[in-house]
Design a protein around this ligand. Sequence first.
Ligand SMILES: Cc1cc2nc3c(=O)[nH]c(=O)nc-3n(C[C@H](O)[C@H](O)[C@H](O)COP(=O)(O)OP(=O)(O)OC[C@H]3O[C@@H](n4cnc5c(N)ncnc54)[C@H](O)[C@@H]3O)c2cc1C
Length: 490
Amino acid sequence: MSTDARRTATTARKISRRTFLGGMAVGAAGAWGVSSGLTRFGYDPARPPQLYEYFLDNFWFEAADLEHQAINPPLRGSHKADIVILGGGFTGLSSAYHLSRAFPNKKIVLLEGACCGYGASGRNGGFCDAGFSGLMHHVDAVGPEPGRKAFDASLFGISQIKRLVTEHGLQCDFEENGMFEAAMDEEQARQLEHHQARYRSMGLNATLVQGRELEAEVRSPRYIAGLKFPYGAIVNPAKLARGMKPIVESAGVEVRERTVVLRVRTGKIHRIETEMGEISAPALVLGLNGYAPKLGFFRDRVLPLCSYVIATEPLSRAQWDAIGWRNRQGIADMRVLFDYQRPTADGRIVIGGSDAPYFAEDDLSSGNYKPAIEAVTRSLFATFPQLEGLRIEHAWGGTMGFTTDFTPSVGVTGDHENIFYGVAYNGEGVAFAQTAGRIIAELMAGQESDLTRLCVVNHPMPYLGPRSLRIVFERLNKWYLLRAGTKTVR
Ligand SMILES: Cc1cc2nc3c(=O)[nH]c(=O)nc-3n(C[C@H](O)[C@H](O)[C@H](O)COP(=O)(O)OP(=O)(O)OC[C@H]3O[C@@H](n4cnc5c(N)ncnc54)[C@H](O)[C@@H]3O)c2cc1C
């Protein structure tokens, strides 16, 4: 959704994105006494997660021709494997990719409830950000030199996507155009300067643009300054996820789609019950991200927040000329509830953000949630009034995993140290989930590297507060932020 450093810039603001989420958890934790008896009310771990109830008007799926693709048959009957991976998003698929190379003789089975790319991985904005969420806070803590080392290691995710494209011929409309951050007011412009100084302290390139230079990048009456960052790319994420499936299959991984996992009994040997079968294995990989709490994992640590996206009709040549944007970078603005937008290969704009709702009981994205879709549509035309009248052809949403410290966690857990996971990318998982898969494979192989030394490895995720009150505090928190009148919050 945005580059990691944008998060850092926001922390210096009166109300930052971190405050936005943190306020919710602090309030909820304070109310623990009132609600502890209610926390588990209505929760039935055996109930199937609500995976398929929404119609998805997803442009990426259409462009990837998902409708005509073969979806693998479900797991039926009783099976054994060496490694079972849950989830066919970028975490599950990249784990499958690297594990199949690290352990060519092991039987690896990936279970996906719908189809590979069905979750956030096939629905997102397609920004491949350099770094990872929380990296700049790490840089502040450890200093620019070790910070730069972590940044370089984190570039693995983008280079891995490039490798999939160049070595495996995966076609996913990958364009390495860098990223662009846009300021809408003076405060945000100051944050961009601060931000540029941070990059420079790490020896990284970032160029501030204003006036004519800004106009040469993109023409919007809303933007008063911008920061060009050469690292980063855009992709069609559904093509990337769907394209990874045959690659891991050809490496020997058995991919079972339409296989909803109902229950996981963890232990020395894990037993995984699905709708039509069961499978056991001594090693488990969780690639469930925002869906993980529904299966009982990280319920007090990972907050499922939703994001909504629209795709316009293709713009005419004259419309592109009117808004500039020749370099085709992903653009994110600097507000707390920000927008992220990018061009598509066939000349549309895909834009998301403006809100990040939480639904009671950690519920998953409710498809086309109207208020968020309307907010992002209004925002598109406020950013580009030149495009008034342009049709919106698709609108969809998805569920992400967040933490209150905005930092992902990739590691190993369980009494037998045999549950591997990558989770909570805080809206920046397209590239970083590729890195997570590599880390998971290295951890399982007992290897050490710059990746396994990254600060996210076994990073303890903060407690979120009781589930039953999260919805109340999310609403109160948002109301407070909006009342606070900061220009950075819509
Ligand atoms: C609208 C939106 C925009 C975003 N924009 C960006 C962006 O531009 N850049 C960026 O870096 N990140 C972005 N993100 C975040 C990014 O998409 C995620 O961080 C990343 O895709 C997470 O990948 P994952 O594999 O961990 O999880 P997911 O892709 O969510 O995969 C989890 C999989 O598990 C499956 N599953 C769940 N429960 C079960 C079950 N019980 N049984 C079997 N299978 C199950 C699901 O079907 C799903 O396929 C965005 C997210 C959303 C929703």
